[in-house]
Ligand binder design. Structure first.
Ligand SMILES: NC(=O)c1ccc[n+]([C@@H]2O[C@H](COP(=O)([O-])OP(=O)(O)OC[C@H]3O[C@@H](n4cnc5c(N)ncnc54)[C@H](OP(=O)(O)O)[C@@H]3O)[C@@H](O)[C@H]2O)c1
Length: 347
């Protein structure tokens, strides 16, 4: 049983709190938040016994094994390094930091202090990703040629919100482009029998708004195995969510790539113990058949429960194959390159 401390009590911390109701690998022992109303809501709804108004209190609580950093992204690196130095294992929300340089410092701190560290790409922990890799490697669509990964929604422009404010880590690439980048790298890696591949070329374009961050962005990637990926993200355009993998013998579509099987996402109250978790599907359209094949992936827990369980399962190894340190470093390097191409103003 891992004793978790949650740092920051915003939207995603509430989702995590709900996800922790369906695991027996850990419990939330403490929440630290600057904001009393949010702290109270999380503590009351999920029965969290210890509440702190200073993030630093999590570092000195000897009963905390692992800290889940759920603050806005510019605070991730500073607090992850402090947590590692205090001997705490770490699950850090995506993007793990603002850039590759910060991420290197976090990985070094985890290595030097011998603690677990994983970027919270919950979608990587869901069984549909293992099924996707299996289908690719079994040749269900032949050799992978190209990938298209999309994540975009429309949020009204607000220069004070974390999505648009530069000091708060605004911009679609950091918020959701990170998913499309990591998915393309995962798929190209699966095709090469690796956990991931880094692109050899990145070309990007995008719309940068008045606060200096990207509202809409696209990039094309080329991998050493000649796979081409298009990745698209937006906080100002309802692109929706989709991943399509094009092979020599067909296509593999993932209709719900980022948030499958998650009643916890969107729940405003604690979910009941008898909550059921929906299966998700992958669609294989072989060149030789008229009808697509639906591959159902059944689950026994929430997406965010899988994430917490992944940490518990791999804590002794200090990193998890779902999102290893090298994988995270490669992803941040790609985000740096994409933001550079788009012309995002650096903080
Ligand atoms: N994995 C996912 O599905 C997912 C989904 C959404 C977001 N995220 C990630 O999770 C992180 C938090 O996102 P969110 O949607 O939960 O955001 P949010 O609801 O706005 O919460 C942000 C949190 O950051 C903390 N914070 C510290 N300094 C702050 C400042 N100067 N201004 C505003 N907030 C500050 C606040 O903590 P206090 O409680 O101490 O006030 C607040 O709880 C981001 O890195 C985001 O990318 C992940």
């Amino acid at each position: 049983m891992l004793n978790w401390g949650v740092m920051g009590a915003g939207g995603i911390a509430y989702v995590f709190g709900n996800g922790m109701r369906f695991t027996d690998t850990g419990q939330i022992l403490a929440v630290a938040s600057r904001t009393q109303s949010r702290r109270d809501r999380l503590a009351n709804d999920f029965g969290i016994p210890r509440q702190y108004n200073d993030y630093a209190d999590l570092l000195t609580d000897n009963n905390i094994d692992a800290v889940y950093i759920a603050t806005i992204h510019p605070l991730h690196a500073e607090w992850a390094v402090k947590c590692a130095e205090a001997g705490k294992h770490l699950l850090v929300e995506k993007p793990i930091s603002m850039n590759h340089t910060e991420t290197e410092a976090m990985v070094n701190a985890a290595r030097e202090n011998d603690v677990f560290l994983m970027e919270a790409f919950m979608y990587r922990c869901h069984p549909q990703i293992a099924k996707m890799v299996e289908l690719i490697q079994d040749g269900a669509i032949g050799d992978v040629l190209a990938i298209r990964a999309t994540f975009g929604y429309r949020s009204g422009f607000n220069p004070q919100s974390r999505l648009y404010n530069r000091e708060m880590g605004g911009g679609g690439i950091l918020d959701i482009g990170c998913y499309t980048a990591s998915m393309a790298r995962k798929i190209a890696g699966a095709a090469a029998n690796e956990l991931f591949l880094d692109p050899i070329s990145v070309k990007g374009n995008g719309k940068v708004g008045p606060t200096g961050v990207d509202h809409i962005a696209a990039a094309t990637l080329k991998f050493e195995n000649d796979i081409i990926a298009e990745i698209v993200c937006a906080v100002e355009c309802t692109y929706g969510s989709n991943v399509i993998i094009y092979g020599t013998d067909g296509t593999l579509t993932i209709p719900n790539p980022w948030l499958p099987s998650s009643p916890c996402r969107g729940a405003r109250t604690p979910l009941p113990a008898d909550t059921t978790f929906p299966a998700t599907q992958l669609i294989v359209q072989s060149s030789g058949s008229r009808e697509p094949t639906e591959v159902m992936v059944t689950v026994d827990r929430d997406l965010f429960t899988y994430e917490a369980d992944t940490v518990a399962a791999h804590i002794a190894d200090r990193q998890a194959p779902a999102m290893s340190w090298a994988d995270t470093l490669g992803n941040m390097q790609l985000l740096d390159a994409w933001r550079e191409e788009v012309g995002v103003v650096k903080s």
